[in-house]
Design a protein around this ligand. Structure first.
Ligand code: NI
Ligand code: MN
Length: 226
């Protein structure tokens, strides 16, 4: 699988010939000003919750690419009413798509859409196929529900966790989350985009390595292979 980081909590995962775009917030992120949104291709757009720093560019990219939006019931309904394609899910459910299986899992956070529409409950995704199994936590606090993931899903090769604190887990909780989900390799996100989530990235990386975990902080616009 290949992962491209587009800043904040936005990632493009390429697996089994499909492109999955998570939480597109690019045009509103000055740190991602070099990313050419118009050139992004996606087969699916997966949204963890309705906050604008996760959905800002979803409508435009879905319109352009014909991507199917996968999220909770309320968020998908909001996009279907705009004429876009979507697949509704809800917590605890899983569904097998052409690219693999998606399980929609708990996140402790809030969710409202940009126009004030109720955005359902926020979530995270565990996704697996023959090539990989990875967890995208979304915006969340540390929660004991994360311990259910290793019991219900294949072993994780990668987890994408927020580390910016203030609105989500900080590094101390994120390293425990890595423990709970039994994953060695973590990509950190949701940090440094805004002043309340500025962090000392070196301290975060060394905090993880003290706990024998690897925290990867990709540069915006770069692609990693796993
Ligand atoms: Ni949020
Ligand atoms: Mn957020």
């Amino acid at each position: 699988m290949k992962i491209t980081y587009y800043g904040h909590a936005c990632f493009l995962v390429e697996t089994q010939g499909y492109k999955l775009l998570f939480d597109p917030f690019i045009t509103g992120n000055p740190l991602a000003s070099d990313v050419d949104v118009a050139s992004i291709k996606a087969d699916y757009i997966l949204l963890t919750h309705g906050h604008i720093d996760h959905v800002l560019d979803a409508e435009q990219i879905a319109q352009k690419t014909g991507a199917v939006i996968i999220s909770n019931f309320e968020i998908v309904q909001w996009y279907i009413q705009k004429g876009l394609k979507g697949h509704h899910m809800n917590h605890g459910g899983k569904c097998t798509f052409d690219f693999g299986t998606v399980k929609f899992v708990t996140a402790i956070h809030s969710s409202v859409l940009p126009d004030g529409t109720y955005g359902g409950n926020p979530g995270g995704f565990v996704i697996w196929n023959d090539e990989c199994c990875f967890y995208v936590a979304g915006d969340t606090a540390l929660t004991y529900d994360m311990k259910l993931i290793p019991q219900l899903c294949p072993p994780l090769s990668l987890a994408i966790l927020p580390i910016g604190d203030n609105f989500t887990m900080g590094k101390e909780e994120a390293v425990l989350a890595a423990e709970f989900v039994e994953c060695q390799h973590i990509i950190g996100c949701h940090y440094n985009t805004f002043p309340p989530i500025s962090i000392d990235t070196e301290a975060a990386v060394s905090h993880f390595s003290k706990e024998n975990k690897t925290l990867i902080l990709p540069l915006i616009g770069t692609t990693l292979s796993f």
